[in-house]
Design a protein. Structure first.
Length: 291
């Protein structure tokens, strides 16, 4: 994959000789290359072998890239190419938790901060859910639990160190060539609202553009946007859940609008949560009476 990206850099800048060996290459899903031990105690050398092949490329060397489409071969020096490695690294927070956990016993032992956060959140949930329906109570409980887990996870990931990356399965040689390690916070409901309503690539903007081909305007109320974000947040699959939720909400409308006199569709929170019909506004038709 590195060689393919390097070839693209060379092909895109072949008219600029001084810039043909400069660029940025992102190595996504690096955590999938982590070497893991199998049930028999041996090492999984598949991921480790790929990591070994990345060492010289990242450190800087001459790479031979073949463009099969044009049947050409390029020589690229990777010393001036910036490599960014990313990945989900599921379970890394547990490795950090085991390293930073302080064991204490006895009546005078200090209690963890997580205990106080959970106790306060339980009292807050009891007060807030006294006058709500059972379905709403369950959703609020799920949202609160997910928020607490995300805060705990983010608090642990901030303390990541190179030895945690090594324990996860990245070989020391590769970890040493990636000196800067940063973490990203978990997505909040506000983040999901911004992603869903993004003007360029948001799923709602795409559906608005699609319905405009039928001279119909689509509108999501603020409560509807928050309801979509809540459902996506409860699914725990990130921004990928937004598309399925919005498309499921507009499933009936997408069949009714083409060829009809509907000019405006309003989506409310009841449409998203309670599966109620959207509010349609139809065009006024002129009635001609012959005398």
């Amino acid at each position: 994959r590195c060689r393919k990206c390097s070839g693209k850099i060379m092909a895109s800048s072949r008219t600029r000789p001084r810039e043909d060996q400069q660029g940025i290459i992102v190595l996504d899903e690096l955590d999938k290359l982590a070497s893991k031990r199998n049930k028999h105690g041996g090492k999984d050398i598949g991921g480790e072998g790929v990591q070994q092949s990345l060492l010289k490329i990242i450190e800087g060397t001459n790479v031979t890239v073949t463009d099969k489409a044009k049947n050409k071969t390029y020589q690229i020096d990777t010393r001036n190419i910036l490599f960014l490695a990313s990945g989900a690294f599921i379970g890394l927070d547990q490795i950090i938790k085991r390293r930073t956990a302080s064991k204490s016993l006895g009546f005078g032992a200090p209690m963890s901060e997580e205990h106080y956060i959970k106790a306060a959140s339980i009292e807050e949930r009891i007060r807030e859910t006294e006058v709500l329906s059972e379905t709403r109570k369950d959703r609020i409980k799920q949202i609160r639990d997910t928020e607490e887990k995300n805060k705990t996870k983010d608090r642990l990931l901030v303390q990541v160190e190179p030895r945690d990356i090594l324990d996860y399965g990245v070989i020391p040689e590769l970890a040493g060539r990636i000196p800067v390690v940063v973490t990203l916070d978990s997505l909040t409901q506000e983040d999901l609202m911004i992603i869903a309503n993004d003007k360029e690539r948001g799923v709602i903007s795409q559906l608005k553009e699609l319905l405009s081909l039928n001279d119909c305007e689509l509108e999501f109320s603020d409560d509807a946007l928050r309801a979509v974000a809540e459902l996506a947040f409860c699914k725990k699959t990130g921004a990928r859940a937004l598309k399925s939720i919005v498309e499921t909400t507009l499933l009936d409308a997408m069949f009714e609008i083409p060829g009809s006199d509907i000019q405006h569709v309003l989506i409310t929170s009841d449409t998203v949560l309670e599966k109620e019909d959207p509010a349609y506004t139809r065009r006024e038709t002129d009635v001609i009476v012959e005398q």
